[in-house]
Write a protein that binds this ligand. Structure first.
Ligand code: THU
Length: 136
Protein backbone atom coordinates (compact mmCIF):
# COMPACT_ATOMS: atom_id res chain seq x y z
CA UNK A 1 0.00 0.00 0.00
CA UNK A 2 1.32 3.44 -0.99
CA UNK A 3 0.56 5.30 2.26
CA UNK A 4 2.30 8.46 1.09
CA UNK A 5 0.13 8.69 -2.03
CA UNK A 6 -3.01 8.09 0.03
CA UNK A 7 -2.06 10.83 2.53
CA UNK A 8 -1.20 13.32 -0.23
CA UNK A 9 -4.54 12.64 -1.92
CA UNK A 10 -6.39 13.29 1.37
CA UNK A 11 -4.42 16.52 1.82
CA UNK A 12 -5.35 17.72 -1.69
CA UNK A 13 -9.01 16.99 -1.05
CA UNK A 14 -9.08 19.51 1.81
CA UNK A 15 -8.94 22.23 -0.85
CA UNK A 16 -12.35 21.12 -2.15
CA UNK A 17 -14.09 21.09 1.25
CA UNK A 18 -17.20 23.27 1.44
CA UNK A 19 -16.96 24.58 5.00
CA UNK A 20 -18.47 28.10 5.31
CA UNK A 21 -19.69 27.42 8.88
CA UNK A 22 -16.98 25.56 10.78
CA UNK A 23 -14.09 26.48 8.45
CA UNK A 24 -12.69 23.06 9.37
CA UNK A 25 -11.60 21.31 6.16
CA UNK A 26 -11.28 17.54 6.08
CA UNK A 27 -9.97 15.39 3.24
CA UNK A 28 -10.21 11.64 2.82
CA UNK A 29 -8.72 9.12 0.40
CA UNK A 30 -10.26 5.65 0.36
CA UNK A 31 -8.18 2.82 -1.09
CA UNK A 32 -10.32 0.16 -2.77
CA UNK A 33 -9.16 -3.44 -2.95
CA UNK A 34 -8.73 -3.07 -6.74
CA UNK A 35 -6.23 -0.25 -6.18
CA UNK A 36 -8.50 2.64 -7.07
CA UNK A 37 -8.51 5.66 -4.75
CA UNK A 38 -11.88 7.30 -4.15
CA UNK A 39 -11.66 10.84 -2.76
CA UNK A 40 -13.89 12.76 -0.37
CA UNK A 41 -14.16 16.11 1.39
CA UNK A 42 -16.60 17.47 3.95
CA UNK A 43 -19.63 19.35 2.66
CA UNK A 44 -21.50 21.58 5.10
CA UNK A 45 -25.04 22.94 4.98
CA UNK A 46 -26.77 26.07 6.29
CA UNK A 47 -29.18 23.75 8.10
CA UNK A 48 -26.16 22.06 9.76
CA UNK A 49 -27.73 18.57 10.03
CA UNK A 50 -27.22 17.62 6.38
CA UNK A 51 -23.47 18.23 6.68
CA UNK A 52 -21.49 15.30 5.31
CA UNK A 53 -18.07 14.23 6.59
CA UNK A 54 -15.18 13.64 4.21
CA UNK A 55 -14.96 9.94 5.06
CA UNK A 56 -18.61 9.24 4.34
CA UNK A 57 -18.45 11.28 1.13
CA UNK A 58 -15.68 8.93 -0.03
CA UNK A 59 -17.48 5.77 1.09
CA UNK A 60 -20.81 6.70 -0.45
CA UNK A 61 -19.17 7.76 -3.70
CA UNK A 62 -17.34 4.43 -3.84
CA UNK A 63 -20.31 2.23 -2.96
CA UNK A 64 -22.54 4.08 -5.42
CA UNK A 65 -19.98 3.28 -8.12
CA UNK A 66 -20.05 -0.44 -7.35
CA UNK A 67 -17.07 -0.67 -5.00
CA UNK A 68 -17.59 -2.83 -1.91
CA UNK A 69 -14.10 -3.90 -0.86
CA UNK A 70 -11.73 -1.51 0.83
CA UNK A 71 -8.22 -1.69 2.22
CA UNK A 72 -7.59 1.63 3.98
CA UNK A 73 -8.61 5.25 4.33
CA UNK A 74 -6.40 8.28 4.94
CA UNK A 75 -7.95 11.24 6.75
CA UNK A 76 -6.56 14.67 7.49
CA UNK A 77 -8.12 17.91 8.73
CA UNK A 78 -7.46 21.36 10.03
CA UNK A 79 -8.78 24.89 9.87
CA UNK A 80 -9.22 26.09 6.30
CA UNK A 81 -6.00 27.53 4.91
CA UNK A 82 -3.95 26.16 7.78
CA UNK A 83 -1.70 23.13 7.86
CA UNK A 84 -2.99 19.60 8.18
CA UNK A 85 -3.52 18.06 11.57
CA UNK A 86 -4.65 14.65 12.74
CA UNK A 87 -8.45 14.50 12.52
CA UNK A 88 -9.87 11.26 13.93
CA UNK A 89 -13.03 10.06 12.15
CA UNK A 90 -16.30 10.72 14.00
CA UNK A 91 -18.35 7.85 15.41
CA UNK A 92 -20.87 7.89 12.57
CA UNK A 93 -18.09 7.55 9.98
CA UNK A 94 -16.55 4.68 11.95
CA UNK A 95 -19.89 2.88 11.87
CA UNK A 96 -20.19 3.40 8.10
CA UNK A 97 -16.70 1.91 7.69
CA UNK A 98 -17.85 -1.05 9.80
CA UNK A 99 -20.63 -1.78 7.34
CA UNK A 100 -18.22 -2.50 4.50
CA UNK A 101 -14.88 -3.36 6.10
CA UNK A 102 -13.40 -6.14 8.18
CA UNK A 103 -12.58 -4.46 11.52
CA UNK A 104 -9.39 -6.49 11.94
CA UNK A 105 -8.10 -5.78 8.41
CA UNK A 106 -9.21 -2.29 7.40
CA UNK A 107 -6.67 0.41 8.23
CA UNK A 108 -7.47 4.01 9.18
CA UNK A 109 -4.57 6.40 8.63
CA UNK A 110 -4.88 9.64 10.57
CA UNK A 111 -2.28 12.05 9.28
CA UNK A 112 -0.76 15.45 9.90
CA UNK A 113 1.78 14.90 7.10
CA UNK A 114 3.46 12.10 5.17
CA UNK A 115 6.02 12.00 8.00
CA UNK A 116 3.59 12.22 10.89
CA UNK A 117 0.68 9.82 10.86
CA UNK A 118 -0.92 7.04 12.91
CA UNK A 119 -2.31 3.78 11.56
CA UNK A 120 -5.15 1.99 13.34
CA UNK A 121 -7.27 -1.00 12.58
CA UNK A 122 -10.96 -0.20 12.45
CA UNK A 123 -11.36 -2.53 15.43
CA UNK A 124 -9.09 -0.30 17.50
CA UNK A 125 -11.24 2.73 16.69
CA UNK A 126 -14.57 0.93 17.06
CA UNK A 127 -14.26 -1.95 19.54
CA UNK A 128 -17.17 -4.28 20.34
CA UNK A 129 -18.95 -3.04 17.24
CA UNK A 130 -22.35 -3.91 15.83
CA UNK A 131 -22.24 -4.93 12.18
CA UNK A 132 -23.95 -6.80 9.36
CA UNK A 133 -23.21 -10.22 10.94
CA UNK A 134 -25.41 -9.31 13.89
CA UNK A 135 -28.41 -9.28 11.58
CA UNK A 136 -27.69 -12.44 9.61
N1 THU B 1 -15.83 16.25 9.88
C1 THU B 1 -15.43 15.35 8.95
O1 THU B 1 -15.41 15.63 7.74
N2 THU B 1 -15.05 14.11 9.37
C2 THU B 1 -15.08 13.70 10.65
O2 THU B 1 -14.91 12.52 10.92
C3 THU B 1 -15.26 14.69 11.73
C4 THU B 1 -15.87 15.97 11.30
C5 THU B 1 -16.27 17.58 9.43
C6 THU B 1 -17.75 17.84 9.60
C7 THU B 1 -17.79 19.35 9.67
O3 THU B 1 -17.87 19.85 8.34
C8 THU B 1 -16.43 19.74 10.25
O4 THU B 1 -15.61 18.59 10.16
C9 THU B 1 -16.49 20.19 11.69
O5 THU B 1 -17.15 19.26 12.48
Amino acid sequence: MDIEKLIKTAEEMRNLSYVPYSHYAVGAALLCEDGEIVKGCNIENASYGPTMCAERTAFFKAVSEGKRKFTAIAVTGGMQGEKCEKAPPCGVCRQVMREFCDPKEFRVIISASTEDYDVYTLEELLPQSFGPENLS
